[in-house]
Design a binder for this molecule. Structure first.
Ligand SMILES: [Zn+2]
Length: 549
């Protein structure tokens, strides 16, 4: 009897960066390959990606990546790892289109990608992987049933059960039930909303509420924010535009990308004459206009805050504009968000939140339904911080799954399964891999520490010219700083820095030392002096330039 292993590389300790390996014999398959969302405490860092050292060590057994859906926290890390691990990538048509866009952006060629329709099964290594239709906040989301020698493992990805979706079909509950009847070994399930009782709201409920606002504010200009990839919401707004004779101008690069991919695949039904170019808004009266502002998570709020503060290049908020937040309001900075709301209302705009957002993640009631349909032997709550996963465990236990069969695991745990057992037997040590701004590479922690220091205490540059022939210094000490203190108004401090630099430099010169050691010595002496005199610890750079006199 062979064992099957499940190894989460991300997605278990904090939200985002989802990637889970399933391994048996000569085959390893990765479910998803996502990046995390931007952290707030790391200057310049745009995200982090999973540590795939284990896959590099076992590259010959790595057979492919299978994707549940096209959100960044499930596909975003692909370009960073696929060059070194060039395996085939499988996903539904929209997901694969988004991945192909990404590979093109990064100039990566020669990777095999295959679009698989929900309902189909493919073979990857020694696994059969079945794509099962589900609902989420981006079209073409699926759960994956991985058929292994020991039994079926279901990874739900991000999911909800929407009985009245706006785009596409309902989740394939019949298939989940059929799998359950035959026997499911384990399920890795979305825990994001496990703390919320009952069922999540349907997109149809959101539509009815949005319809009410369109009708009530028929004479006002509307500014609506939503998440970029939420095509169901965008479809609703276009439909309502048609119904109420409005023109919709969209903005947000990410949205336009997902929108054009979904449109190409025929998932969107664009009513005639509703969509207009942002440049053409001047041709229409205010009461005809709807601005649709989108972005990823914090981005749509950032756009709205630019509109509120008058910094947006195209849109100025006016009295009686109606701003509808059709997304989670508090993404990111709460203080900034409140400031934005105040500014909008000061300009005379009306701000509305009421029931015009539905989550894309299953609440406790849907988790109960999932576990009841699948009747898994083992449950591994996934996607979320510890508290959310612990709550999912309670839900599983509440429908009769023994607590001992619900595993709380961490990123890097090696879980071994046989037909009748499931336990953590080892652990990979994982490093945090950070991605730097627009750079398409990872960044070292030492650089981050320097940035942190720069942001706290600034930088001081000490320059001295040295005569190449005599080895004596050939100029005074020039001291400049950024983000430190105003040196011109602190002449005493400036003098002390110059003196400290010169006396240390003289020491080196007298010993005939003119290389890096001298520079390092000068910066160390200046740093110590500054710390003593001001209590600040800026980065000090000493530039010793040799000149011919
Ligand atoms: Zn998602």
């Amino acid at each position: 009897m062979s064992t099957v292993k499940i190894i989460p590389l991300g997605g278990f300790d904090k939200i985002g960066m989802n990637m889970t390996l399933i391994e048996c014999g000569d085959s390893i398959v990765a479910v998803d390959c996502g990046m995390s969302f931007p952290p707030t405490n790391m200057p310049g860092i745009s995200s982090s990606i999973p540590d795939v050292s284990y896959l590099k060590e076992n590259a010959d057994r790595f057979k492919g990546i299978v994707l549940t859906h096209g959100h960044e926290d499930h596909i975003g890390a692909i370009p960073y790892i696929i060059r070194e691990l060039p395996v085939p990538i499988y996903g539904t048509p929209l997901t694969i289109t988004l991945v192909e866009d990404k590979l093109r952006d990064f100039g990566i060629k020669g990777i095999k990608t295959r679009a698989i329709q929900a309902g189909k099964t493919i073979v990857v290594g020694e696994f059969k992987v079945e794509f099962i239709k589900t609902n989420h906040s981006i079209p073409d989301s699926v759960m994956l049933a991985v058929h292994t020698s020991e039994g079926v493992i279901v990874d739900t990805g991000d999911f909800k059960f929407d009985m009245s979706p706006i785009i596409g079909d309902k989740a394939d509950m019949q298939r989940l039930s059929a799998l359950g009847a035959k026997g499911v070994l384990a399920v890795l399930s979305d825990s994001t909303n496990a703390m919320i009782k009952g069922m999540s709201k349907s997109e149809m409920d959101v539509y009815q509420q949005l319809d009410w606002f369109f009708n009530f504010y028929n004479k006002n200009r509307l500014i609506i924010t939503t998440f970029a990839s939420n095509m169901e919401r965008i479809q609703q707004i276009l439909n309502l535009g048609k119904k109420y004779n409005k023109k919709v101008a969209m903005e947000g690069e990410v949205m336009l990308r997902v929108f054009s991919a979904a449109r190409k695949l025929g998932y969107m039904d664009i009513p005639e004459g509703v969509l207009i170019d942002a440049e053409d808004v001047g041709n229409y009266s205010d009461e005809e206009l709807v601005y649709l502002i989108t972005g990823n998570h914090g981005e749509s709020v950032q756009s709205i805050s630019r509109i509120a503060s008058g910094e947006h290049p195209g849109i100025r908020v006016k009295r009686d504009d109606v701003v509808l937040f059709s997304s989670v309001a508090m993404q990111g900075d709460e203080v900034e968000f409140n400031r934005t709301l105040n500014m909008l209302e000061e300009h005379g705009a009306i701000v509305e939140f009421g029931d015009i957002h539905a989550t894309g993640h299953a609440c406790a009631g849907e988790l109960k339904l999932l576990y009841s349909l699948l009747q898994p032997k083992f449950v591994i709550p996934a996607h979320g911080e510890y508290r959310y996963r612990r709550e999912a465990k309670k839900v599983a236990c509440s429908i009769g799954i023994p607590a001992g069969d619900v595993l709380m695991v961490r990123n890097g745990d090696v879980i071994e399964l046989t037909a009748d057992s499931c336990k953590v037997t080892g652990r990979l040590s994982l490093e945090e891999v950070l991605i730097d701004g627009y750079e398409k590479s990872s960044v070292a922690h030492a650089i981050l520490e320097e940035r942190q220091k720069l942001s706290e205490s600034g930088i001081v540059v000490v320059e001295v010219c040295i005569d190449k022939k005599s080895g004596r210094y050939a100029s005074g000490v020039n001291v400049t700083s950024k983000g430190f203190v105003e040196l011109e108004s602190s002449p005493a401090l400036k003098n002390s820095i110059q003196e400290a630099a010169l006396s240390e430099l003289s020491r080196f010169i007298n010993q005939g030392v003119r290389d890096d050691r001298a520079g390092n010595g000068v910066s160390k002496a200046v740093r110590e002096l500054i710390l003593q005199e001001t209590g600040k610890d800026p980065i000090v750079v000493a530039l010793l330039t040799e000149v011919m006199l």
